[in-house]
Ligand binder design. Structure first.
Ligand code: FPP
Length: 229
């Protein structure tokens, strides 16, 4: 069995800080540049025929450990991003959805997230998912607890998949930028059979041209899902 149709792309965006440092800039400038890259890559995906969902790791449960001013900056940037992005979502027919535990965010930011989801919910060319205060283990644990609360004595893989916060297809391709080779607690259940691609490019330097090359490489891969060669 082989399948090289790319429906769900996931991206671990890494390297904003190093990008800024290389230029003698503050880390926050790297995050601003990174937000621009999210926009470019999302609109590219919306125009790509097979991609239905692109999920970005925007804020992990571990990111709270960063200095307070950086966390506050990231929150403000997210708010600005969602505010400015609405016309782009509508123009390119993109639906926005958030995953993760957003209850920890300010009420105003939660409102912005909910409004963006609400206003784009009928858009259908692409779903852009931002993982916000997200952790893969927490998501799986939550799913199992939900099933227990529903009275299940034992659970199947299908039950867990359906109870996850991400009711999307499994990830076909996961890309991580900046040369780090790890998953960092991202979509652990959904990456079981994903193709993985690690690039040394720092996230703000990641372009649609590089994505295009990666997609061509993906098409050549022979996905076996555990079957024989
Ligand atoms: C890692 O760079 C990046 C993140 C903290 C997550 C991605 C955040 C953005 C792209 C900022 C904008 C996001 C939105 C949704 C508007 P790093 O700081 O860990 O880089 P480093 O490893 O080089 O220090």
């Amino acid at each position: 069995m082989t399948d090289t149709t790319l429906k769900h792309l996931a991206i671990i965006m890494d390297g904003n800080g190093r990008w800024a440092k290389e230029r003698g800039l503050k880390r926050t400038k790297g995050h601003e540049a990174g937000a621009e890259t999210i926009r470019d890559i999302t609109t590219y995906c919306a125009d790509h025929s097979s991609i239905e969902t692109v999920t970005f790791y925007a804020f992990s449960t571990e990111n709270w450990k960063r200095p307070k001013f950086e966390v506050e900056f990231l929150m403000k940037l997210l708010d600005q991003y969602l505010k400015n992005e609405l016309p782009t979502y509508q123009k390119h027919n993109i639906r926005f959805q958030a995953i993760g535990c957003i209850d920890h965010f300010s009420k105003a930011l939660q409102k912005r997230i909910k409004e963006s989801e609400e206003r784009t919910k009928t858009n259908s060319s692409l779903t852009q998912v931002l993982a916000l205060n997200y952790g893969g283990r927490a998501e799986i644990t939550q799913a199992v607890n939900k099933l227990i609360a529903e009275g299940k004595k034992s659970v199947s893989q299908e039950d867990i998949s359906a109870a996850l916060q991400t009711p999307y297809s499994d990830i076909d391709l996961l890309i991580r930028t900046s040369g780090e080779v790890r998953l960092s607690n991202f979509l652990l259940w959904q990456v079981s059979y994903s193709e993985l691609y690690f690039t040394p490019t720092l996230w703000p330097d990641f372009t649609t041209e590089e994505l295009d090359k990666i997609l061509k490489d993906f098409e050549k891969r022979h996905r076996r899902f555990g079957g024989a060669v």
